[in-house]
Ligand binder design. Structure first.
Ligand SMILES: *Cc1c(COP(=O)(O)O)cnc(C)c1O
Length: 224
């Protein structure tokens, strides 16, 4: 698509986000993170030119390459994938705006060590496995609040900002909704949390109606 086609397309996505957020409240603000994992630097640039600033990748290597290629642009890079311990240093070299998928205490402790050595901090979200799926990473809902506090206490160089979850993997809308509600309830119970990252291309309107204030949109943003 050329830039004008992108503009028309993005206007439509933004309208859908607007409609969903207004069902919650006119004060409910939702941020769109454009997930660029299926897209090229050139396509990212087109979205940048029509106003999109926040982009996300799910592989450290891709994040490194694209952020390097586009370093002249003032982009805000998010890392939304699961982080292997041996990639921590590579991620910290990039210093992303937000890491969405802090999914274990072990990872938090490893991150803390490396952050302390570098004398840096990292904004992060705790990933919740809200539908308790074997295929997914994240903390189980029952332990999430307790672990959130534990990480806050033990890992002062990690700034926990809230939670992230991927909706239940099913066509049953009620179950997807339930998984979002579970995450939202945890989010509301956390003192000081400000970000509830949930909703992807196939379910972002439902996620927003359940309280999400950050959606991670890949295919729908780039029209893939
Ligand atoms: C790929 C990905 C997305 C975006 O997926 P779409 O369905 O293309 O919108 C969101 N979050 C995570 C963690 C992803 O890996």
């Amino acid at each position: 698509m050329n830039e004008i086609e992108y503009k028309i397309h993005i206007d439509d996505v933004v309208r859908r986000v607007e409609t969903a957020r207004l069902k919650v409240s006119e004060y409910h603000i939702v941020k769109i993170v454009a997930i660029s994992k299926y897209s090229t630097a050139d396509e990212i640039k087109k979205l940048y030119n029509i106003g999109q600033r926040a982009f996300g990748e799910n592989k450290v290597q891709d994040l490194r390459e694209k952020s390097k290629e586009l370093e002249e642009l003032p982009l805000e890079w998010h890392f939304v994938g699961n982080l292997q311990k041996n990639k921590i240093n590579n991620l910290l070299d990039i210093n992303p705006a937000l890491f969405h998928a802090l999914d274990s205490l072990e990872l938090a402790q490893e991150l803390q060590k490396k952050l302390k050595t570098r004398d840096m901090t990292l904004d992060a979200l705790m990933q919740i496995n809200s539908a308790k799926e074997d295929s997914k990473h994240g903390f189980m809902p029952e332990v999430a609040s307790e672990m959130y506090q534990k990480i806050k206490d033990e890992c002062p160089n990690i700034n926990l900002k809230g939670v992230m979850s991927i909706g239940a993997h099913t066509d049953n809308k009620d179950e997807v909704k339930k998984s979002f509600e579970t995450t939202y309830e945890i989010y509301k119970s956390l003192e000081g949390a400000t970000i509830c990252s949930m909703g992807m291309s196939g379910d972002f309107e439902l996620a927003i109606e359940c309280g999400s204030n950050m959606v991670r949109l890949g295919s729908v943003m780039f029209n893939k």
